[in-house]
Design a protein around this ligand. Structure first.
Ligand SMILES: [Zn+2]
Length: 445
């Protein structure tokens, strides 16, 4: 590792003041950012590596707070269905058919896609079986993230795809013990009940209880995504989804709820009072016809909102750029043009994501002492802004850029993507293996 110097055109820090630095290089010592150095005061000979990128913009690595690594292999195979049918007919049978090999390659494909698109940290929902495969791949790839066994002990939609309550509880204890804070803290555990309809109350509560033994873990589940789902929740519990979670004591500031498209005033009060975090997934909400989450209202009420691409079969990609752009655009016709400005969106995808996961002391912005999770992005393409002003930079990233603009990616001070080449994966090879494993998996249905 040693000492690396990156010399970018500008540094978009995402610090508390939204500082944008020019004429500064960033010094990285091992895994941390150690100094900003004036460009005319650089002594290149002091460094093991000097990455001269004076045409590129340095930004913090993006943070996605809701993804499904296990589903990437199923992209394009679950089209034009609403949530519960999508799960019943496609996604639960597919996930149920995973074995070690198919899970390994879907995780590789997911991590590769996330990294190539500038995402350096994620919160993954996991799947029912072979959880250790996910963690081993996360460790080997160099990415930062949370994952956990997806908890399902009730499944009326697809009864084969579940486990017993006791087995679920034993397994999450083992997985958290083995993998939480592994790889020098880069990998963390998340307790991941799939959603309220797939978990017994005992399992939901026990998972929250076990969390107390593992500080720094996250409780990650889906909530209030579609109308059919909340109608079913109402039928079963005579409560709204978030009211039910609140009544069993699983909401707090270490809980991340994906979606929250349909919420009542009372539920929003609970989210605010408990400081519960929302992972907003606009592409998935549109594609499954779930609706448009009232994000401007959440933000106005002081509720934390971050971004995730959800699963590849409901998106159909894992690009944070698509989520940023959509998160802004879908709200403007409803709430007015002034809401969801590019700077707010950029922060949701960086520092706010880090805060939601309680890792903002380490990542989420470019500041001295933080981990070097960094992305170099090229904003000089023909489809980007022609202005070099600081004002144009956020809208250029949020509205005009795609994953293709990402040039190089570093996590924990280690280059993982350099000049658009993955240093971790042979992309041809994982795509070929993915296709083979998908064929095998479909035969197991
Ligand atoms: Zn999801």
């Amino acid at each position: 590792m040693g000492k690396i110097l990156i010399i970018p055109k500008k540094i978009v820090t995402a610090d508390a003041k939204n500082t944008i630095l020019t004429d500064r290089a960033v010094e990285i010592t091992d895994d941390k950012i150690t100094s900003f150095i004036l460009i005319n005061e650089i002594h290149k000979e002091q460094y093991d590596e000097v990455y001269d990128s004076s045409n590129l913009i340095l930004i913090p690595g993006f943070i996605q707070t809701h993804v499904h690594l296990s589903q990437t292999l199923f992209r394009g195979l679950a089209e034009d269905l609403p949530l519960l049918e999508w799960l019943r007919l496609k996604i639960f049978p597919f996930e149920n058919a995973h074995n070690n090999e198919s899970l390994k390659v879907t995780v590789q494909l997911s991590i590769n896609e996330l990294l190539m698109g500038g995402t350096t940290t994620f919160l993954d929902m996991g799947t029912l079986r072979y959880g250790e495969v996910v963690f081993k791949e996360m460790i080997d790839s160099g990415i930062r993230g949370f994952s956990g066994k997806c908890l399902i002990d009730i499944n009326d939609l697809y009864p084969e795809f579940k486990s017993s309550t006791n087995d679920e509880i034993n397994e999450i204890k083992n997985l958290a013990q083995s993998f939480h804070n592994s790889a020098d803290g880069r990998i963390k555990y998340s307790f991941s009940p799939r959603f309220v309809l797939s978990c017994s109350e005992k399992l939901l509560k026990e998972a929250k209880e076990i969390m107390k033994d593992f500080p720094g873990t996250i409780y990650h589940t889906h909530s209030s995504e579609s109308v059919d789902e909340i109608n079913e929740v109402r039928k079963r519990f005579h409560k709204e989804n978030i009211e039910y979670f609140n009544s069993i004591g699983v909401l707090d500031d270490h809980t991340v709820l994906a979606h929250c498209v349909h919420t009542s005033e009372n539920e929003r009060k609970m989210l605010r009072d408990r400081n519960t975090r929302i992972a907003h997934c606009p592409s998935a909400n549109m594609k499954l016809g779930s609706g448009i989450a009232p994000i401007p209202q959440y933000l106005k009420e002081g509720i934390s909102v971050t971004l995730g691409s959800d699963g590849a079969p409901c998106n159909n990609n894992l690009s944070i750029f698509n989520e940023m752009r959509l998160a802004s655009l879908i709200q403007k016709p409803i709430h007015g043009t002034e809401v969801m400005d590019a700077k707010t969106i950029f922060r949701m995808a960086t520092i706010e994501g880090a805060k939601a996961l309680h890792i903002d002391q380490e990542v989420g912005s470019i500041e001295i002492g933080k981990k070097a999770d960094l992305v170099l992005i090229d904003l000089d393409s023909y489809s980007n802004s022609y202005s070099d002003s600081d004002e144009a930079i956020y809208s250029d990233i949020v509205f005009s850029s795609t994953t293709e603009n990402v040039r190089s990616v570093m996590v924990d001070g280690r280059w993982i993507v350099k000049d658009r080449d993955s240093l971790v994966y042979d992309q041809r090879e994982i795509i070929t293996t993915g296709k083979e494993e998908l064929k095998n998996l479909l035969k197991r249905l």
